[in-house]
Design a protein around this ligand. Sequence first.
Ligand SMILES: *[C@@H]1O[C@H](CO)[C@@H](O)[C@H](O)[C@H]1NC(C)=O
Ligand SMILES: *[C@@H]1O[C@H](CO)[C@@H](O)[C@H](O)[C@H]1NC(C)=O
Ligand SMILES: *[C@@H]1O[C@H](CO)[C@@H](O)[C@H](O)[C@H]1NC(C)=O
Ligand SMILES: *[C@@H]1O[C@H](CO)[C@@H](O)[C@H](O)[C@H]1NC(C)=O
Length: 485
Amino acid sequence: MKSFTYLILYILAQNSVNSEKPFKSIPVTVKTYENDTVLLPCYMDEMEAKLRVRWYKDSKLLGDSHTPHEILPPRVRMHTNYSLQVDQLQAQDTADYTCEIIRPEPWGPIRQTHSIEVQYSPTIKTIPEDGFLEVRKGEYVDIGCETSGTPPPIVDWRKNGEAMALLEHRSRIRFRAEHRLLAGVYECLANNGVGEPARATITVVIQDAPVVSSERVYVHTAIGLRAALAAKLDFAVPPARTAWYRDGRPVKTDDRIVQMVQDNTHQLIFRNVRKQDLGNYTFRAENKLGMADLMFRLTGVPNAASFKVDVALNKASATSFTLIWEVDSYSTIIEYNLWLRPYYGRLATPEPDSFTTETPVNHWSKIVVPGDSSDGPIHSQIYTVRGLTPSTVYEAIVTSRNRFGWSKPSSILHFATEPGAGRTLPSTSDYTDITPILEESESEPPHNISHAQILGHVNEMSSGARETPCLAAILIISLLIFHLS
Ligand SMILES: *[C@@H]1O[C@H](CO)[C@@H](O)[C@H](O)[C@H]1NC(C)=O
Ligand SMILES: *[C@@H]1O[C@H](CO)[C@@H](O)[C@H](O)[C@H]1NC(C)=O
Ligand SMILES: *[C@@H]1O[C@H](CO)[C@@H](O)[C@H](O)[C@H]1NC(C)=O
Ligand SMILES: *[C@@H]1O[C@H](CO)[C@@H](O)[C@H](O)[C@H]1NC(C)=O
């Protein structure tokens, strides 16, 4: 009796360890498509006639060989050889299918599991469903692409056509609309290797105060000419009211002074400038989230001059150098002021401490150069500076005056004199073969040019270029915060 019990236990143990050994069929995963037919086998080496076989879908009973026609759902058949056939496959047929063979006592049931995966190409449902989201600056943007498809699709995102990193294929993106440039077209792409990937877009609009810019806020003109002030409305969501002001009052327009709007460029046009038109103007754009002002100056004074670099003409000697510059002025140039001083700073970025210790007293000297008698608008001037020190780097700036006044200073020109006869070069000199180099200068009045920071120059374009990585950082940080919380 005791030994018989052991035998049963032994058989049971064998069954549980090697439960699939008696099967001649092997477990399969069938990857297939909609409307296909699949046949799942279930047979043993020595198939006994009076076996009882049950099929399960996941863990739910699907069919029993003792009652073959009672519980089988539509599209599913069990053959006399116990194979299970599923016709016209649909998405819900994706499951594990287990065949269970119930054997006579004392043997327990044995099971074998197959899988069916009905592959579907991906589809996307966007959040929000209409693919459009408008928020105020500072509010949260919550967008997503809910995907379906078998196998589960992987989601990738692009913003305005650029891949977005670090999203770990998530289907939902949430971030704070910290900056209007986070607005744009967010596109999700879902791919599972079946058929074509699916795409969907969500347009995110961020409302903020308007942004205005201009290529030229300092507009040179002369009496009797046509002049135009042009402001660009770079951003206006929601749409902005715009107006031109002079001295705090709206500009009165008539047939001579007209406003024109084309695309996002707003112009104030003077068809025939009169003396009283010269002055300061403001372009203002305003919406419920704020306003932006841009100051313009309509002036008769010359534009800032620019030095010309031409090795053939910039004749250098030990003690002289020939400078060439050009200036736009609709009126005769009365005189130029040429500002000159030896250059002690480094042409490369100065090191902060060496800069303060090295810089000796370094005053600008002014040379008055007479103007020409031409009416312009382009005035060229050549001037040879004499009495310079050999082997020295100089910097030069020029300003111009017509009957309306003094122009803004030109960009800085760096140039060097030749080594002098009988003098040895200072061994540390970096500048022996320097060619003239122009540097951008910020507009600063020439009488206060003794500041070193005149070399600093920021324009709208470069600040725009810096914005992008910063925005990416904001977005990534926002996403990480959401990920953690
Ligand atoms: C499957 O059959 C249905 C109905 O006949 C049809 O609408 C569907 O397009 C078919 N699917 C495929 C992938 O052929
Ligand atoms: C089981 O029966 C079906 C239907 O007769 C047949 O198509 C299939 O090939 C059989 N399977 C095996 C393994 O013999
Ligand atoms: C225009 O603005 C500039 C700079 O703000 C100022 O120096 C100048 O006096 C103003 N001109 C007039 C006519 O108001
Ligand atoms: C120019 O700058 C100096 C400081 O370097 C200052 O003392 C002086 O008052 C300024 N001149 C004018 C006209 O602003």
